[in-house]
Design a protein around this ligand. Structure first.
Ligand code: GTR
Length: 396
C-alpha cells in the first residue's frame, strides 16, 4: 500500500466507476430492441445504387471512409521499400509432404523499419502454385512451429496441406503487439508515427490487416503460391482484422471470420452479447479513437457491420460461430450476411439465404458466402478448418 499514490487512487476510482456504470451485456433474445440499419445501397446524397459501377465509384468509397473515420482508422498504403529475406527452408518438412519457408518481410519508410516473419508451408505434391490460407495469428509463433512439438487445431497444417492448400501465418506481435500500451512499438512508431496524431489513424486491428497485405506482397513474388487465391483467416480479434483486411485489399480472394463477433461480423445495433461500450473500454487500442463515442449509441453509427461484409464483395466471405459463444452473437453475425445480400446480387450472385440460421454443425454455402456454427466454445478448431477448406474448394 505504501506505493499507492494519488494517481493510483484516481485510476482505481476511475476503473471502479467505469465498471459500475457499464451496462451489463444482454443475452435475452426477447430484450433485443428494434433497430434500423443505415442504407447499404443509397448514397449519402440519397441516390439509389442500382449497379456495380455506382457501387464501386460512389457508395463503396463512402462506406470505406465511414469505417476508417469511425471504427478502424485509415490503413496507410505507402512505404519506401520492401525486402524479402529467406531465413530458413526445408523441402522435406512434415515428413516430406511440404516445403517450409521462413521469410522475413522487411518494410522501410522514412528512417524506420519493421520486420514481419512469415511461416509458410506449401504442399509438395501439387504442380501448380498453391491456393493459400493466410492466418492473422494472435496466439503466438509456437502454434506455427515447423517442429510440430506443439500441435494445435488452431493451425492444422497437415490437414490443410493434404487438401492441396498452402498454409501461411504471421504473429501479430511483429506489426502491433496485442497490448494496450505496447501496440504502438512496431509499425505505428517505426513507420507511421503520424497516425498516432490522427483521429482516424490506424490502430491495432488495422495494423494486423496491413501486415497480412505485406505478406500478400511477398506471395506475388513466390512462384509456389497463387497470389490470386489467398484466403485470409482470423479468429475472434483476428477475424475482425481479416474482414477489415479484405475490405481494404482487393487481392484477398476470401476473408474468413471465425467468431469475430462485435466489431467483426456481428450487427452492432443488435444489443446481444458484447457491446461497443464494452469492447472500446477493454480494447481501445484496437480501434480508431473516435469509435468509443458510439458506446451505447450504436444507433448513431453511420455504418453497421453488414457493410463490412459488403466491402468484401464480390469476393468470398465466410462467417463461422460456435454454439456456446454467445458473446460473439451468432444470430447477429448471420444477419450481417443476410443484410449484405442485396449488394452481392448487384454482382449477379443468386443469393437467397434462409432467414432461419443453419442448425449447429450444418454448413451453408451460397457462393460467394458461407456460414456455419459448430458445437462448443469460443475457439478455432479442426471442424472449422474442414469447413473453410470445403468453402474454398467451391469458391476459389
Ligand atoms: C474478447 C473480446 C472479443 C474477442 C475475443 C478474442 O475478450 O471481447 O471481442 O475478440 O476477446 O479475440 O478472443
Amino acid at each position: 500500500m505504501k506505493n499507492l499514490n494519488y494517481t493510483h487512487v484516481l485510476l482505481l476510482g476511475f476503473l471502479l466507476l467505469s465498471v459500475l456504470t457499464m451496462k451489463a451485456q444482454n443475452y435475452d433474445e426477447s430484450k433485443v430492441h428494434e433497430y434500423t440499419l443505415p442504407p447499404l445501397l443509397e448514397t449519402e446524397q440519397g441516390e439509389a445504387i442500382v449497379n456495380q459501377k455506382q457501387w464501386e465509384d460512389v457508395r463503396r468509397p463512402e462506406i470505406l471512409k465511414l469505417f476508417e473515420d469511425n471504427v478502424y482508422g485509415q490503413v496507410p498504403k505507402d512505404f519506401d521499400k520492401i525486402n524479402f529475406n529467406l531465413i530458413n527452408k526445408d523441402e522435406l518438412a512434415l515428413n516430406g509432404d511440404a516445403t517450409y519457408k521462413e521469410v522475413d518481410i522487411e518494410v522501410h519508410r522514412n528512417n524506420g523499419k519493421v520486420n514481419i516473419r512469415l511461416y509458410l508451408f506449401v504442399p509438395n505434391n501439387i504442380t501448380k502454385p498453391a491456393p493459400t490460407f493466410l492466418v492473422i495469428n494472435h496466439r503466438g509463433v509456437k502454434t506455427m512451429d515447423v517442429t510440430r512439438e506443439n500441435p494445435d487445431d488452431f493451425w492444422p497444417v497437415e490437414e490443410v496441406i493434404s487438401s492441396g492448400y498452402a498454409l501461411a501465418g504471421f504473429d501479430v506481435i511483429d506489426v502491433a503487439p496485442d497490448h494496450k500500451i505496447d501496440y504502438t512499438i512496431e509499425v505505428l512508431e517505426k513507420l507511421y508515427p503520424e497516425h498516432m496524431q490522427m483521429k482516424n489513424g490506424m490502430r491495432a486491428l488495422g495494423a494486423w490487416g496491413w501486415g497480412a497485405s505485406r505478406i500478400i506482397d511477398y506471395f506475388e513474388t513466390d512462384q509456389t503460391v497463387d497470389a490470386t487465391k489467398v484466403v485470409v483467416v482470423g479468429h475472434s480479434r483476428g477475424g475482425k482484422a481479416a474482414l477489415w483486411c479484405g475490405a481494404q485489399d482487393e487481392r484477398v480472394a476470401i476473408a474468413i471470420s471465425n467468431e469475430s463477433g462485435n466489431s467483426g461480423a456481428k450487427i452492432s445495433r443488435r444489443n446481444y452479447g458484447e457491446s461497443v461500450e464494452r469492447i472500446t473500454q477493454h480494447f481501445p487500442y484496437w480501434f480508431s479513437p473516435t469509435y468509443s463515442k458510439y458506446a451505447n449509441r450504436e444507433d448513431e453509427l453511420p455504418i453497421d457491420q453488414h457493410m463490412l461484409i459488403a466491402l468484401n464483395a464480390p469476393r468470398g466471405v465466410y462467417v463461422a460461430g460456435a454454439a456456446e459463444d454467445d458473446w460473439a452473437d451468432n444470430k447477429g453475425q448471420y444477419l450481417s450476411l443476410i443484410e449484405a445480400q442485396p449488394l452481392f446480387r448487384l454482382y449477379g450472385f443468386n443469393l437467397n439465404l434462409p432467414n432461419e440460421m443453419p442448425k449447429v454443425g450444418v454448413q451453408l454455402i451460397q457462393k460467394p458466402m458461407g456460414f456455419h456454427i459448430r458445437e462448443g466454445k469460443h475457439n478455432m478448431t479442426l471442424f472449422d478448418w474442414q469447413k473453410f477448406i470445403e468453402f474454398a474448394d467451391e469458391v476459389l
